[in-house]
Ligand binder design. Structure first.
Ligand SMILES: *Cc1c(COP(=O)(O)O)cnc(C)c1O
Length: 442
């Protein structure tokens, strides 16, 4: 049928029958003639919510001392309760970022100097820095190539007598092997903490990502699926962990006597409090979470369906029983099958007007903090307590994904209209069809 290929998919319109349209990188016309519109994340509900807080004059109702106001104002509490209901957890403790939440989580579970926390190297830096704030040592375990999340076998090999916790990341919105990691943690008396900054409403076997570990942390940063500009939400079913999180959030040293807390380790607190305005925005965002998450998921689903089967390009995997909410649509490119490198492919795609990342973040052990074994003070603490290695090569799968294979498209940044999705697909197909010319040019 005219306009459809052999598998019933629409042929790319601009490429013409033979797909010979010249690549923008080689002087042709880009698929996008203007930057796509940003995702419209904030609407009238958020504006009204903020204005009503402003009109009330009470922009934050926290006090840093024991009493009524220690746990925050009405909107902070309402937001935490709504979050607990939505995710089916006992406790939610709001904080001012996921970075704060991850740090507080490390304090709450009780890690201290010289303890080891197993983390993946392929994640935002905050994941691996959080243990360091308490003098604990991040130990990097490699990832699975299919989902870019922790490889359970690698976690087992990284265990030592000093391991206290596993900090798993549900990267790009796909759940790590949470059930398996929880079982492993429980069998060894360790904590499983989830960094679920990128996976709100993601699921594994009917359970929300972020709620399978002993403690989970969500982000409300502007770049995430739902946001309040800045913010983070910690969830747990453990009363004791919840109490410790609340103390770390708000000058814990001031309440340990009033609350008759026995274990005051790590209970020197910070000010990690959310404002009433952020809570108001967060509440409105939570009410619309299905729509905001669904829109990005639908875009990623469409890219995967329409681009599946291109030689040398593997669309993101979704493990059986999982819901992948696609913070990033991460394809894998095989340079040998394509005849062109991932980097050149990505550059050509960018020239068509589709921003993309070649790789994600550098494997975190390559950061100067690890390479130079310098974090707290000048004497190499806490690395001087440990023999853990951070050389290039310790996580070969991560390095291959990052330096050679992964091509990422942000799904949260642009308004995922039909026109936008159609153009992204067309641009990727165009680069793919013209890869021989691209290779010859390079
Ligand atoms: C964004 C992000 C964070 C940090 O979140 P903030 O709310 O910006 O502090 C941590 N981990 C991962 C995996 C992230 O994507």
């Amino acid at each position: 049928m005219k306009g459809l290929d052999a598998r019933g998919r629409r042929r790319p319109v601009s490429s013409g029958a033979k797909g010979l349209d010249r690549l923008a990188l080689l002087g042709g016309t880009p698929v996008f003639d203007a930057a796509p519109a940003p995702y419209p994340s904030i609407g009238p509900a958020e504006a009204e919510a903020v204005m009503s807080v402003v009109r009330s004059g009470s922009l934050s109702a926290f006090y840093g001392s024991p009493g009524d106001k220690y746990l925050g104002g009405p909107l902070v509490r309402a937001f935490e309760e709504a979050w607990s209901r939505r995710f089916g957890v006992e406790h939610t403790v709001s904080v001012n970022s996921a970075t704060s939440g991850l740090t507080a989580a490390m304090g709450a579970i009780g890690v201290g100097p010289g303890d080891e926390v197993i983390v993946p190297p392929y994640t935002m830096s905050a994941t691996a820095i959080a243990p360091l704030a308490y003098g604990a040592i991040p130990v990097f375990a490699d990832i699975e190539p299919e989902t870019f999340c922790l490889d359970v076998g690698a976690v087992e090999r990284a265990l030592s007598p000093r391991t206290r916790a596993i900090l798993a990341v549900n990267l790009f919105g796909h759940p790590a092997r949470l059930r398996e990691l929880r079982a492993l943690a429980d069998s060894r008396g360790l904590f499983l903490v989830e960094d679920n900054a990128q996976g709100p409403l993601a699921m594994e076997d009917g359970r929300y990502a972020g709620t399978v570990g002993h403690l989970g942390v969500f982000s409300l940063n502007y770049h995430k699926h739902i946001h309040a500009g800045e913010g983070g939400m910690c969830v747990t079913n453990d009363d004791r962990l919840a109490q410790r999180l609340r103390m770390i959030r708000n000058h814990g040293e001031n309440v340990v006597e009033a609350w008759e807390v026995d274990d005051i380790s790590n209970m020197i607190g910070f000010n990690l409090r959310l404002t009433e305005m952020s809570a108001a925005v967060g509440l409105a965002q939570l009410e619309q979470a299905d729509r905001h998450v669904g829109a990005r998921e639908a875009l990623a689903g469409r890219l995967s369906r329409e681009l599946a089967g291109l030689a040398g390009l593997t669309v993101p995997a979704v493990r059986q029983g999982c819901r992948h909410v696609s913070y990033i649509w991460a394809a894998r490119l095989d340079a040998r099958k394509l005849g062109v490198s991932r980097d050149l492919f990505g550059k050509a795609l960018a020239a068509e007007g589709v921003p993309n990342s070649r790789g994600y973040v550098r494997p975190l052990y390559l950061l100067p903090a690890f390479q130079r074994r310098t974090a707290l003070g000048r004497e190499g603490f806490p690395f001087n307590l440990s023999q853990v290695k951070y050389e290039r090569g310790i996580c070969p799968v991560t390095e291959r994904m990052h330096f050679e294979e992964l091509l990422g498209l942000e799904t949260c940044a642009s308004d995922p209209t039909d026109d936008y999705a159609e153009k992204v697909v067309r641009a990727i197909r165009k680069v793919h069809e013209n890869r021989a010319a691209l290779a010859a040019s390079g």
